[in-house]
Design a protein around this ligand. Sequence first.
Ligand code: NAP
Length: 276
Amino acid sequence: MTGFKPHRIYGIIGCPLGHSLSPLLHTTAFQHLNIPAVLTPWEIRPERLVDFIGAMRLLNIQGACVTIPHKEAVLPLLDELSEGARLMGAVNLIYRQGDLLCGDNTDISGFTAPIKNQHIRGDRVLILGAGGAARAVAAGLKSLGLVDLTVANRNQDRAEPLAETLGLKVVDWADRQAVQADLIINDTPLGMRGQMEDRTPYEAQWFFQGDARGLAYDLIYNPLTTRFLKEAEEAGWRTISGLEMFLGQADQQFFTWIGQRLPQAARMAVREALTG
Ligand code: NAP
């Protein structure tokens, strides 16, 4: 058979995986660019992670997106780690360099992608939440030169180590509205599709404090417009959906694998899937 190119195989691993958008996004991109490859979802239980990495080597799997709960556990199983992966202590991307399996973390560049060209009226930032993504958020903000960063978390004990490592201020969750911020980031699941959808980490009336209006950035991408973003917009704030971060980090992953940017068609496929 002439001209036949075997498919290259990529995947996303996590547990539970739920309805991940990565297979749709990357496979649409491969098709659009006529690249014979697929990205397929693999729900891998934590006790099978070592087997999975062995299978990647054995079957010449080209790369994988990595999500909860494997982001930290996979580190010692890889041959090389990028500076970003070391800084974050977590990997969300596996790629090949010859026979080596390498780990990287694209959450920082994904987070900064939609704000690096935005005008932010000042440098005061309020980060709501101190989980895994908050580390990428804080590191990303620092890389943009924003230094007046305050974190509020429901469980303050979790905010303190993060604040210490990255040089953030900490405020009580109960006092978060007292922080005058130019940029407010929701890094909690409050507002996410499902049981949390009606909730918000920041009350609507707090957006009206002071004269100036800032930028509200929700890391949640489903729904595209959360209660947090809707109420910010109603108060005159500019908003960014978590979809922009999702696409930003995925674009960096695709570039590492393929050397090309995600085509618009793939981005649109994901937007359409989210808007039904
Ligand atoms: P995580 O490690 O599980 O942390 C969750 C955070 O939310 C913690 O700070 C937790 O506070 C807080 N939280 C949970 N339930 C809460 C409640 N009922 N009230 C107040 N705070 C609550 O999660 P993560 O990985 O940081 O992710 C956070 C959000 O970012 C999620 O919505 C996730 O989907 C989103 N995300 C989006 C992208 C993207 O590409 N757009 C990437 C990564 C994450 P405690 O410490 O007190 O429990």
